[in-house]
Design a protein around this ligand. Structure first.
Ligand SMILES: [Zn+2]
Length: 247
């Protein structure tokens, strides 16, 4: 089992690890900062430096039967089980995803608290994010209003905190588990992402440390995906300032 370091520290960019498995699917490490595709957040990219001096390009990261697998570009000499590696994230890509993920949570908080509508899915990209919610009627003015609410929460620069609580506690509060696809089954404790004073959700993604780091969020477009499913696309601007590494 890999220690998923990104769950505890979203700002760390480099790490040292030991190879615990090498297979046709890729490498498994005893610990990693590489986020695997899931919960609407794309996987991390970057490199693994081996002790032998090889630099392996990480081309995708996925959870395969519950295990985090790092796929690397073909042709390279792979390390052996027990070898040490140093991982380094493509930070620009990851930081886009952190900002987008927090933007989506602010939006979902606004939809949930202000409109009392359910969220059915979401997807984060670089410079964009979309969210689907279960609403029969939706309009451009309503979307503008939601996005203005998101911008307001960004301007408030609220702290975003991660904490772990026993699963039994979450089971009693359906408001915490809003997007079913984001909650990994059978996890205990459950990880909560708390936008202080605004919204709390069960979530396994990586987030910025305060809403101000999300920066500019604007409405891109709306799509009608059916009688009870509406899709909203956000545009995320360039980072307002370059983030410091975690201390
Ligand atoms: Zn999330």
């Amino acid at each position: 089992m890999t220690d998923a370091l990104y769950l505890h520290d979203a700002y760390a960019r480099t790490f040292d690890a030991t190879v615990i498995a090498v297979g046709p699917e890729g490498l498994r490490l005893d610990r990693t900062l590489f986020y695997p595709t899931g919960g609407g957040q794309p996987d991390d990219r970057g490199v693994l430096h081996t002790a032998a001096g090889t630099c392996l390009d990480v081309t995708s990261v996925a959870k395969v039967e519950g295990e985090i697998v790092h796929r690397v570009a073909p042709g390279a000499t792979l390390p052996a089980v027990g070898d040490r590696v140093r991982g380094e994230l493509d930070w620009a890509r990851r930081f886009w995803h952190m900002r987008g993920h927090t933007a989506v949570h602010i939006l979902s908080g606004a939809v949930y608290h202000d409109l009392h509508a359910g969220i059915t899915g979401g997807q984060i990209g670089e410079g964009s994010a979309r969210m689907d919610f279960a609403m029969a009627e939706f309009s451009r003015p309503l979307a503008e209003q939601l996005v203005a609410r998101v911008a307001e929460v960004v301007a408030q620069d609220l702290p975003v905190e991660v904490r772990f609580v026993p699963r039994a506690q979450v089971g009693q509060d359906p408001g915490l588990v809003r997007v079913a696809s984001e909650l990994l089954p059978d996890v205990d404790p459950v990880r909560l992402v708390d936008i202080r004073g605004f919204d709390v959700q069960a979530d396994g993604g990586t987030h910025v440390r305060s809403t101000g780091e999300v920066g500019s969020v604007t409405l891109d477009r709306l799509e009608n995906k059916g009688a009870k499913n509406k899709r909203l696309y956000l545009r995320i601007g360039e980072a307002p300032s370059s983030p410091g590494p975690s201390g």
